[in-house]
Design a protein around this ligand. Structure first.
Ligand SMILES: Cc1ncc(COP(=O)(O)O)c(C=O)c1O
Length: 495
């Protein structure tokens, strides 16, 4: 078996016409030949009054058509999904089974709390498990995504200073922060100021000390940062902020690298948001549904969005109820958050709670395995130890006459999804790989082999790489036009 050469077999579907473009085949079991059959009334509802002019093909051909269409896409079921930062990891099937249970999917959020005790218990348990992992007392499950959690956090920062009678107008952002951090601060009405990274890719403490002042409301820092590096100086950073009364906001979306290992409480974090969809399963890429928990220290608790769920004791029995914090910024979303995603996170935590530390250790080991195997070929963006993802720059590719985008497209030809590229912005031609904890050594070896093959091919036949992709359904596209004028629907008049 050509174990490493997956791409020779996996990308065999090169094209598939639209169903309307099929010719009537006259094959047995034609779907159209059955249109005179009397169907039960309830099945007829929703049928077109006048059938479209579809070709008459067999059920077998129809099933193959849709199967082939599905093969034009790459998914986690095909293989490793190296997308860094966005984190696409295996989503346990049991989560989907649970989320589809009638008892959950048919539950209306407006039902009286007495009739939704089970769902409220799940919300409460999810809050408690996250609080324990972070070592922070306040949790809200309201925000609908990571960036939404950041914005809610910025509103809380504003309300906190308002309650102290202070007006502060500035939020500091290290250049290694995720792009949503300055965007959220600006949307929340703050001026943002950039703090440079030092040569190790960590926050430059001298620059921070020089820039923080009485107008600084907070520092918003991503930790582990977008280089996949843990900000080891976080306690010193907190001390610098404390001197001017500024708050520490940590973007905790990369929690999957440090769960059960670091305490956000001991780091002195005032506010943090998690991306439940990155850390506790649920597909993330391609605009999938999100859910961001927002967590905080004791002094910020009264400002959390409303409501959260509390546990009471009534006649010796547990009773779960909603509560609004005293100085809440108010709701940031309808009801209590994306219940379906919270449910999946709850299921993930219930099944893996005891191994939460091992999950992070595996995520880190996997990223470092890939780093070790590839660092001779791709140039590292930082020599500091990697956490859950490893970032390379384009230097070694450039030296061979290729660019990051050629590398990414050559990976598509070899049967893989591309890593995150050109992000983070402060790394020229960045390539960010995040294998996640759910990949085996064998699967990572297939990926590594594909990368090594790209470098071998660059020596022998550079044009093959610089003109990639060759094996995909759509070849080179006009990137500017595709970004500025995307055509998202199909029309008869298109080729
Ligand atoms: C570090 C970090 N912060 C914030 C976000 C934004 O999260 P979301 O896409 O859920 O809004 C992401 C997204 O991947 C992220 O990686």
């Amino acid at each position: 078996m050509k174990d490493h050469n997956r791409w020779y077999g996996s990308m065999v579907v090169r094209s598939e016409p639209l169903i309307k473009e099929y010719q009537t085949t006259g094959a047995q079991n034609s779907l159209k030949s059955n249109t005179n059959t009397k169907l039960p009334e309830n099945l007829l509802q929703g049928l077109r009054k006048k059938p479209e002019d579809f070709p008459s093909i067999s059920e077998h051909e129809l099933v193959r058509h849709y199967y082939r269409l599905s093969r034009l896409n790459y998914s986690l079921d095909d293989g490793l999904y190296p997308l860094g930062s966005c984190t696409m990891k295996y989503n346990p099937v049991i989560n989907e089974v649970i989320a589809q249970m009638d008892q959950f999917s048919n539950l209306h959020p407006a039902l009286p709390v007495a009739q939704t005790q089970g769902a409220l218990e799940i919300l409460y348990e999810t809050q408690s498990m996250i609080s324990e992992i972070l070592d922070l007392p306040g949790i809200s499950l309201q925000p609908a995504a990571g960036a939404h959690g950041e914005l809610a956090g910025v509103f809380m920062i504003h309300k906190y200073f308002e309650s102290k009678g202070e007006k502060r107008n500035k939020i500091l952002i290290p250049d290694s922060a995720h792009g949503t951090n300055p965007a959220s601060a600006a949307m929340g009405g703050y001026i943002t100021e950039k703090i440079p990274s030092n040569e190790k890719g960590l926050t430059d403490l001298e620059a921070l000390a020089a820039q923080v002042d009485e107008n600084t409301a907070a520092l918003m820092i991503t930790n582990p940062n977008t280089l996949g590096i843990f900000e080891t100086q976080i306690v010193k950073i907190k001390e610098i902020l404390d001197k001017k009364g500024a708050l520490l906001y940590v973007d905790g979306a990369n929690l999957n690298a440090v769960m059960g290992i670091v305490s956000f409480g001991k780091m002195g974090v005032d506010l943090t948001q998690l991306n439940l969809h990155k850390t506790f399963s649920t597909p993330h890429g391609g605009g999938g549904p999100g859910q961001g928990a927002l967590a905080c220290s004791e002094r910020m608790r009264a400002f959390l969005p409303s409501p959260y769920v509390v546990k009471k004791s009534i006649n010796g029995k547990n009773f779960y109820d909603y509560e609004t914090p005293e100085h809440s910024i108010g709701p940031v979303k309808g009801w209590y958050g994306q219940f379906g995603i919270i449910l999946r996170a709850w299921s993930y935590l219930k099944r893996n709670g005891k191994n939460i530390k091992e999950i992070s250790e595996r995520a880190v080991i996997n990223a470092n395995y890939i780093r070790k195997k590839l660092e001779k070929h791709l140039t590292l963006a930082s020599t500091e130890p990697s956490m859950h993802e490893v970032v390379f720059n384009q230097k070694s590719l450039e030296a061979k006459g290729a660019a990051t985008k050629n590398f990414a497209k050559a990976l598509l030809d070899r049967g893989f999804y591309a890593p995150t590229i050109y992000f983070p912005l402060h790394v020229v031609g960045a390539i960010m790989v995040e294998p996640t904890e759910t990949e085996s050594k064998k699967e990572m070896d297939v990926f590594i082999h594909a990368v090594l093959d790209i470098f071998e091919t660059l020596e022998k036949n550079p044009d093959e790489i610089t003109q990639s992709p060759h094996n995909t359904y759509v070849r080179e596209i006009d990137e500017t036009l595709a970004a500025r004028k995307p055509v998202l629907t199909w029309h008869d008049d298109h080729d």
